[in-house]
Design a protein around this ligand. Structure first.
Ligand code: MSP
Length: 509
């Protein structure tokens, strides 16, 4: 198949069960992958878990389980959640798998052999939450890690270092030549600033941990006294899952690689990873996309360590998967933070889905039942002029596509919501109930145009509302032909509606 597309989520730590933050990132990627498939792309979607490091060892101890049993348990939970949320990942990578370990060791050996890794002493502030050394600038005014609200520990030890500095100038030039590489723009600028600072300090990246402090990691191939630092291990997942270096998947998908992360892990992805790729002579990814945080009650980033994480599984059970997915994708402006509240959820779902889209569908189907004996009127292109949106659809679809390509899903949906709004207004203006009374010849073409408008909107909402799309298709037989991402070619329906149908978007209280 042509046209490969490769998208990754971060691999999540298994020190906690998945919460809203992990679910959001994974759904965001799933929507993109569904969209890419509509574009006809051969989309490969990777997610997985990060199973090494101090954090995991501590979590296993507090659960009174062996580390292996513990990682098996939580990684199984992640896989279950993705299955229950209908996430269509093609692979699930675990960093304790042999296929991953051997690639990490291969890269370490390559870099060591070419002189890019050396042994040295290091002293610095280590945040165990972030699993990395923080600079003083990165700490808050009380000297704490802003994300984990704990004071980093001062750690002094011998470790292997990767010559990060050697690759910074080249990375900086690449970024300056391509300002779309990291999106949205505020994160692109942040990374340029961080490169600048790092160049001033001259720091390299510590990539090992002494075995006497930590055994739960991938052994450094050239020195058994050390295991690999979690970030150096974890980042490699994006290529170990493709069977780097010789795998067919690597050759097919890596040239079209896109990464999605939240801003908490911008530095490892925006600096360490490209430098590692350059050192290993591997092409850089196409884009790094960065989203903001879901904030918890205390307005801090939602996380297990802050005890403000929200597990939405019960909520999803009660309001339905599609509605939940729609809410997350519509509510958060890509790149900014958002707060999850019951009020926002209720308002958004009732307004966008129940009142606007749901009402439009219900009214239109009911009128077809009442005025046309349930027979969906055929197309009558000569009558296209009777409804304004017919001309606006091509603009809406153009805007929709350009927003979708860069994860601006909220904006993409605005274009569709506008069409729904126009269709509802056109019902008020045209008053089909009055046309029916006088047997006006515009009635049938008008109802058909409403159906075409609805088909258009449902089609574009499919990556967000897959189940509702399926139900609507079951009721009406909708088939859409499109030359993605171009013009809608054709919207086809069954000849008639069934006797009864399910209300697609009931109100929530
Ligand atoms: N294991 C590392 C990532 C290694 S990737 C090579 C890690 N894991 S994590 O479990 O902490 O996951 C962090 C990611 O989870 C964030 O980048 C984001 O994708 C998601 N989120 C976790 N909490 C979040 C919020 N409160 N809000 C939005 N997304 C968040 O870091």
């Amino acid at each position: 198949m042509n046209n490969p597309y490769y998208l990754t989520t971060p691999i999540y730590y298994v020190n906690a069960k998945p919460h809203l933050g992990h679910i959001y990132t994974t759904m965001l990627c799933d929507v993109m992958v569904q969209y890419q498939k509509l574009l006809g792309k051969d989309a490969m979607f990777l997610t997985g878990v990060d199973e090494h490091g101090d954090k995991i060892v501590k979590a296993a101890a507090s659960a009174s389980l062996s580390v292996q049993d513990y990682v098996d348990l939580i990684s199984g939970e992640f896989q279950n959640v993705w299955k229950n949320l209908h996430i269509q990942n093609n692979d699930f990578i675990r960093t304790t798998e042999e296929r991953h370990k051997k690639v990490v060791q291969n890269i370490l050996q390559t870099l060591f052999d070419k002189g890019d890794i050396y042994l040295s002493q290091y002293e610095g502030y280590y945040c165990f939450g972030c699993e990395r050394y923080l600079t003083e600038k990165e700490m808050d005014s009380e000297g704490k890690c802003p994300d984990h609200q704990i004071e980093p520990e001062i750690i002094k030890e011998s470790n292997y270092f990767f010559k990060l500095q050697k690759y910074l100038p080249r990375w900086e030039t690449m970024l300056k030549n391509n300002s779309n590489l990291i999106q949205p723009d505020q994160y692109y600028k942040e990374i340029l600033g961080t490169i600048h600072e790092l160049m001033k300090t001259g720091e390299d990246l510590s990539i090992s941990r002494p075995v006497k402090r930590l055994q739960w990691g991938i052994p450094i191939p050239f020195d058994e006294q050390f295991v690999t630092y979690v970030w150096f291990d974890a980042l490699v997942n994006y290529i170990s899952a493709l069977d780097y270096p010789d795998g067919e998947k690597f050759h097919t998908y890596w040239p079209q690689a896109h990464h999605m992360i939240a801003k908490d892990i911008l530095k490892p992805h925006g600096i360490f990873w490209p430098a590692m790729l350059m050192a290993a002579d591997i092409e850089i990814f196409q884009n790094l996309y960065v989203h903001g945080y879901w904030l918890g009650l205390n307005d801090l980033k939602m996380s297990k360590s802050m005890q403000n994480a929200f597990n939405p599984l019960d909520l999803i059970h009660s309001i339905g998967l599609d509605s939940f997915r729609y809410f997350l994708m519509k509510e958060m402006t890509f790149g900014s933070d958002s707060k999850f509240t019951d009020e926002a959820l209720k308002n958004r779902l009732n307004q966008d889905l129940s009142n606007n889209l749901g009402n439009l569908i219900q009214r239109t189907l009911s009128m077809i039942k009442k005025y046309c004996n349930g027979n969906i009127p055929p197309k009558n292109p000569e009558m296209d002029y009777i409804i304004k949106p017919a001309n606006l659809l091509s603009d809406a679809s153009k805007n929709y596509h350009s927003c979708m390509q860069t994860f601006q899903f909220s904006k993409a949906l605005d274009n569709i919501l506008e069409i729904i709004d126009l269709l509802n207004k056109s019902i008020e203006e045209k008053k089909p109930w009055a046309l029916a009374k006088t047997n006006d010849p515009e009635l049938l073409p008008f109802l058909r145009l409403l159906m075409d408008g609805i088909g258009f909107c449902m089609h574009y909402m499919k990556p967000f509302l897959a189940e509702k799309f399926r139900l609507f298709t079951e009721i009406t037989g909708l088939t859409v032909r499109e030359n993605f991402p171009g013009k809608l070619q054709e919207i086809l329906y069954n000849e008639s509606l069934p006797e009864n149908w399910e209300i697609l978007f009931p109100r929530i209280d």
